[in-house]
Write a protein that binds this ligand. Structure first.
Ligand code: ATP
Length: 295
């Protein structure tokens, strides 16, 4: 009998992010092109004899109780499936925290996916996604993974053609961004510039990396960049170093650049590291691991 499972919790970037309105309950309506990247946390789930949920991580500033979204995911399944006994969750974080890369959401998705396997619960994928949505708008996408259009509050997912191969440079400046404040500031703007999400869908169909990169756009940059000008500086450094395009992911502050060749991305990484503008800098790539319907 297996007592332990290790799940890769992959990060995402947004190739396009638009906000199209607000729901009556205050949630923002979005149109986002989501892309999984090869940057991940390890989530280990272990059965144990003592009842309850214990969670540890390698980062001492993260909560280890019900304030951790991964803990909440375990508690949600435990409530509905009494056969689940005691569990230990170990999260080894590599994804920058509070960075616009869905770090917490992907941990929650990994816990739902992993517990379903470990305890042989037989929950179909669409049900797991419903559990995910109770935890956060990005969790259903983190279960699905790959290239997708996310609409509604992020939960209405349509698979898209896979992103063409390329190198992606990630750089997170050491500033904290309040997602709530970013969205509130956006609401106060009259005419923000909307990115061409539909063109990006066409570019993916055509497998045209150049056009896809040219059409990248994130409406939230309009408010986050004035708060943190270093985001614009990093974007500029990346394009000077040969990126086809660079953009902020989610509500920021992480910036990513698209490079046709990996060696240029590594050169840009060195330039950014040396400048001291960002400490967390990684070269990665799009990854199109897909979780099929009900596996
Ligand atoms: P998103 O892109 O979905 O907006 P994010 O990448 O901006 O997410 P997270 O890394 O999920 O942000 O962190 C947001 C907050 O959630 C942090 O302040 C952190 O303390 C809290 N948090 C709770 N659980 C986790 C977790 N498992 N991993 C990371 N942060 C967590």
């Amino acid at each position: 009998m297996t007592n332990v499972i290790h799940v890769k919790a992959l990060a995402k970037i947004n190739l396009g992010l638009d906000v199209t309105g607000i729901r009556e309950d205050g949630y923002h309506l979005v149109r986002m092109i989501m892309q999984t990247i090869d940057l991940f946390d390890w989530v280990t789930i272990r059965k144990c004899s003592e009842d309850g949920i214990r969670l540890t991580t390698n980062l001492n500033f993260l909560p280890t109780d019900e304030h951790n979204i991964a803990y909440q995911a375990a508690a949600l399944l435990k409530k509905d499936y009494p056969q689940i006994g005691g569990i230990e969750l170990r999260i080894h974080k590599c994804i920058p925290v509070a960075a616009g890369m869905a770090g917490g959401s992907t941990n929650a998705a990994a816990v739902l996916y992993g517990m379903n396997k470990l305890f042989r619960l037989g929950i179909p994928m669409h049900r797991l996604m419903e559990y995910g949505l109770q935890l956060g708008a990005d969790v259903p996408y983190c279960l699905l993974r790959g290239t997708a259009l996310a609409e509604g509050i992020g939960e209405k997912l349509t698979r898209l053609d896979a992103m063409p191969e390329c190198a992606i440079l990630i750089a997170k400046p050491p500033v904290s961004v309040s997602t709530k404040l970013v969205y509130q500031s956006l609401d106060a703007l009259e005419e923000p510039e909307h990115p061409p999400i539909d063109l990006q869908i066409e570019d993916l169909k055509a497998q045209d990396l150049q056009e896809l990169s040219k059409h990248m756009g994130n409406v939230l940059e309009t408010v986050t960049i004035p708060m943190h000008p270093e985001i614009a500086q990093i974007k500029e450094m990346m394009t000077e170093c040969g990126a086809i395009s660079s953009m902020m992911s989610g509500s920021g502050p992480t910036v990513f650049g698209i490079f046709e060749n990996e060696s240029q991305a590594y050169e840009a990484k060195n330039v950014i590291r040396k400048s001291g503008i960002a400490k967390q800098v990684y070269v990665t790539r799009p990854i199109n691991v897909r979780r099929k319907g009900d596996d």
